[in-house]
Write a protein that binds this ligand. Structure first.
Ligand SMILES: C[S@@+](CC[C@H](N)C(=O)[O-])C[C@H]1O[C@@H](n2cnc3c(N)ncnc32)[C@H](O)[C@@H]1O
Length: 227
């Protein structure tokens, strides 16, 4: 079998395994392991290296905690995730000191305005029900001048984009996974400034760094206390 065909098949199998609800939680880590070895672990490290050290951070859609090893040094904050089962898995991992787990979805964050210096998500905006509402919430809870960093698969530019439009019909129906989201555009629509967009794999995977511009006073004493 040609190597390219094998990789496409392998990729579809991984998507199916990580997206089918009954398989998702128990097999998520093992299903995604080939991608981690192939490129994902490196991209996670690179993405989280763009977060400030010694700051208050929020992760949304933390899943089973695969980003924990890459959290910035001396950070405090919250790893949030809507799925109770995913959170239970994350709980069994090596949670960075000063980070608490909270069950919540990105569209309704139970945190005060300007509570965090930075927020991030990896492979989450393809799943959220309302990217618009999720960005509005991230913008609200990150302080002015703060950073939002994303690692996402998105709709690529050019002809390939139309292929992803077609694939999207299937991936949404089968796996509840959106293959044609324009996540950087959505961030801009929410009033965030995208200061860095790094395209990988023909633009299918992007690291997106956004800044919340503004002059307000940051969230010291904003009602959220971290360890
Ligand atoms: C493909 S997994 C990625 C998990 C983890 N971020 C990672 O990189 O391994 C997608 C995650 O998004 C979470 N998710 C789905 N809808 C969400 C929402 N509305 N708000 C926050 N997280 C959501 C899922 O529960 C799941 O943990």
């Amino acid at each position: 079998m040609p190597a390219r065909t094998f990789k496409v098949r392998q990729l579809l199998t991984i998507i199916r395994r990580t997206r089918t609800p009954r398989m998702t939680v128990s097999r998520y880590d093992s299903a995604i392991a080939p991608l981690e070895r192939w490129f994902l672990k490196r991209l996670r490290a690179r993405t989280l290296a763009m977060l400030p050290e010694s700051s208050r951070i929020l992760e949304v859609g933390a899943g089973t905690g695969l980003n924990f090893p890459f959290y910035p040094r001396a950070s405090v904050g919250v790893a949030s995730e809507p799925s109770h089962e995913m959170l239970a898995r994350a709980q069994s991992k090596n949670i960075p000191q000063g980070v608490s787990l909270v069950q919540t979805c990105a569209e309704r964050l139970p945190f005060a305005d300007d509570a965090f210096d930075a927020a991030f998500a990896t492979l989450v905006f393809c799943s959220v029900a309302s990217p618009r509402q999720a960005f509005a919430e991230l913008r609200r809870v990150v302080r002015p001048g703060g950073t939002i960093v994303l690692l996402e698969h998105v709709r690529p530019d050019g002809l390939l984009g139309y292929v992803f439009d077609a694939l999207n019909v299937l991936t949404v129906a089968l796996f509840d996974d959106h293959f044609n989201r324009r996540t950087a555009d959505e961030a801009r629509r929410a009033g965030l400034e995208t200061v860095h967009v790094e395209r990988r794999a023909f633009g299918i995977i992007q690291i997106i760094v956004c800044v919340k511009r503004g002059t307000g006073v940051g969230g010291q004493g904003s009602g959220v206390e971290f360890e």
